[in-house]
Design a protein around this ligand. Structure first.
Ligand SMILES: Cc1cc2nc3c(=O)[nH]c(=O)nc-3n(C[C@H](O)[C@H](O)[C@H](O)COP(=O)(O)OP(=O)(O)OC[C@H]3O[C@@H](n4cnc5c(N)ncnc54)[C@H](O)[C@@H]3O)c2cc1C
Length: 618
């Protein structure tokens, strides 16, 4: 049964009042975690689950090295053994929801009843090893004079920011992703980013040196100051670990005390694309947008780094922090859990409470849009001046995060695409018209049941995120080869953890938008956010969006450093060789494919041309 409407409203008020205290007071769960491990609940000696719980990977062996040397010796030994093997580096509770991180056999973990979609990455004769890097989370070297910090690749973003500050340096605003628990190695290998149009906006942008182990077990140090080194760095940043395992990273940071003014803007979205371009030009290149086309609104978080001598116009909060991923109060988590389950089960809006569920969905969405983005302890900050090192990353919320399945009963299913910023007008128009067309039938059902306009249909709770970056010379980065700023569009909407036999209600929209992005906008999906289906479109091949010379350079370097392709996961092979997806029963439900026939969909669903773009089926 759904939570009564009035109660949900109260709980949402609680949520939007930023009540982190009830959750954070119960901490203790994290004490079970070692080093920089993320929350994980079901792992056993061979099987690892991705943090959202819906993807598992089984390897023959999991190893937990403490040094570069240990990884080197492991690779040398595996080579000497002579049998075929695959190796991937990751961490327990990894955040990647696709099979790039899988050394062994991978598959969906969505259905508790066992009708899961399985994909075999390796044959039975290939030995698979997963390297877990959570024990490699130390500071290695500090160069005070040049403001450079060298850390191990298993370190989290939160620990990196803390290490910078405690060693008298600052992290420039814009380069860190939003969640403090992601790791240096994972973020750099997936070209994960913060926001900054045409300026530094990924952690990879401030890398000046890497230590890594290649497929033969050689330990290599690559620095951007020399020609050979810079080529290797460009292959490794955003390179999905295809060349080797990164073990240490040197960052170019800023002197201590860098400050950023943060501002929160709320607007209606009728001129969204024009507003974005104008704000980027006149306010700051570092902006994060939350957008809900169905609510006709957006919220913008402006990050304005101060230069020496600038006088801040907003009050200074030395303990000001990003708060986007606050730990959620238990009551709010239970309400979201129940709502998401009931809303998903009412898949055709024919249940007894479709009116209540849609109203709840709109309220919940509005509440999520209103979550404060910055705080200083219990004080919510709208406009303030805070340390740059902490302006972008949100503190750890685990295990009370809004995507922790066992706590929230729901999780975020993100999809992200990098397109050219100059395509923003067309893209925004497309998103609006796809949502309108795809939801028309559902709205008609509600109008017939309850009277015209009486019940407004709402998308799943969540929002589109818009962030920005710059083109890069890295070979396989999502920004590779772009001569102009890029737009990162993330579709971040909740999915129920208790109705996993059904697609999230937003999925048919996502499927059209994803295919539109891949095929019309030549977009690149996020290696650490998207599902397998985005990397293996049957006709719009991701490989073709990269300059061919980049792929040639990467493959040449791979011949030199990983001749046995031990780091090549099955998904990377599909992507580089332009293969389509692995089709199979319900592959679309498990986000492994875009459907081609009805058997690819959930039971009771058909694979039909979409209303808005009939060339794409959903
Ligand atoms: C709550 C949340 C918020 C997020 N926010 C952002 C954001 O703001 N911006 C953004 O861009 N992304 C964001 N992400 C996505 C995130 O960047 C990716 O999930 C990324 O994969 C990092 O996760 P991880 O550290 O767990 O790495 P993993 O998932 O463990 O690894 C990512 C990939 O890199 C490879 N790899 C990992 N370590 C190494 C290494 N040392 N050497 C070679 N290869 C390696 C892995 O095999 C895998 O293929 C977010 C994810 C979550 C869950």
């Amino acid at each position: 049964m759904g939570v009564p409407h009035f109660k949900l409203m109260q709980l949402l008020a609680l949520l939007s009042l930023f009540s982190i205290s009830s959750a954070s007071g119960e901490k203790g769960y994290n004490s079970k975690l070692i080093g920089s491990e993320a929350v994980t609940e079901k792992d056993d000696a061979q099987t690892l689950y991705a943090s959202a719980g819906f993807l598992k990977c089984k390897s023959d062996k999991l190893v937990e090295p403490v040094s570069t040397q240990e990884i080197s010796e492991l690779l040398q030994k595996l080579n000497a053994d002579g049998r075929p093997f695959k190796v991937r580096a990751t961490r327990r509770g990894r955040h990647t929801p696709n099979r790039f991180a899988c050394a062994g056999k991978g598959g969906s973990a969505k259905s508790p009843t066992g009708e899961n979609f399985e994909v075999t990455n390796v044959d039975d004769t290939t030995y698979s090893v997963t390297i877990l890097l959570h024990l490699m989370n130390r500071v290695v070297a500090v160069d005070h004079g040049r403001h450079r910090l060298t850390v191990e690749a298993g370190m989290t973003m939160q620990n990196l920011a803390d290490a910078a500050v405690s060693n008298g340096m600052s992290v420039p605003v814009g380069v860190l992703p939003v969640y403090g628990n992601l790791t240096v190695g994972g973020v750099i290998s997936t070209s994960a980013h913060g926001t900054g149009a045409g300026v530094d906006s990924t952690l990879g942008d401030i890398v000046v040196g890497l230590k890594w182990v290649n497929g033969k077990g050689d330990v290599i140090t690559s620095e951007v100051d020399d020609e050979k080194g810079v080529q290797e760095v460009r292959a490794l940043v955003g390179g999905l670990g295809a060349l080797g395992i990164i073990t240490e990273v040197t960052f170019q940071l800023l002197p201590a005390g860098a400050l950023t003014q943060i501002e929160t803007w709320e607007r209606e979205d009728s001129n969204f694309a024009a507003d974005v371009k104008h704000q980027l030009q006149t306010s700051t290149p570092h902006i994060l947008y939350f957008w809900r086309p169905d609510l006709g609104a957006y919220k913008a978080f402006h990050f304005k780094p101060l230069k020496t001598g600038d006088v801040p116009i907003h009050p200074y909060h030395p303990n000001g922090r990003n708060a986007i991923f606050m730990a959620s109060p238990k009551e709010a988590a239970m309400a979201v859990n129940a709502h998401m389950r009931d809303y998903t089960l009412d898949f055709d809006d024919s249940g007894p409470k479709s009116d209540v569920l849609n109203a709840q969905g709109c309220a919940l969405s509005a509440a999520f849009m209103n979550i404060p983005a910055f705080h200083d302890g219990d004080i919510i900050l709208q406009n303030a001046t805070i340390p740059s090192s902490y302006a972008m990353i949100a503190e750890e919320c685990a295990p009370y995060c809004s995507w922790d399945l066992s706590y929230f009963g729901a999780t975020g299913e993100d999809n992200e695409f990098t397109i050219k910023l100059s395509d923003i007008d067309d893209f925004v128009k497309d998103v609006k018209s796809v949502i309108k067309a795809e939801e028309e039938e559902r709205q008609k059902v509600l109008d017939r049941r309850y009277g015209d306009g009486k019940v407004k249909l709402c998308l799943n709770p969540g929002m589109f995120w818009f962030r920005f970056g710059k083109g890069s010379k890295s070979l396989l980065a999502t920004t590779a080869g772009h001569g102009e700023p890029v737009l990162y569009v993330t579709s971040a909407f909740f999915a129920s953890g208790y109705a996993t036999h059904l697609p999230p209600k937003i999925d048919h929209i996502n499927e059209v938008l994803e295919q539109l992005a891949l095929c019309k906008y030549k977009a690149r999906p996020h290696y650490g956010k998207n599902f397998d289906r985005a990397f293996t479109h049957p006709s719009c091949h991701l490989r073709d969006t990269f300059p061919e010379e980049n792929i040639v350079k990467l493959l040449n370097l791979r011949d030199e450093h990983d001749p046995r392709k031990v780091f090549e996961s099955e998904l990377l092979k599909r992507m580089l060789e332009r293969h389509g997806p692995v089709y199979g029963d319900k592959c679309s439900l498990h986000h492994q494919c875009y459907c081609r026939e009805d058997s690819h969909c959930a039971d009771g669903y058909k694979c039909l041309p979409s209303v808005s773009y009939p060339e794409y089926k959903d």
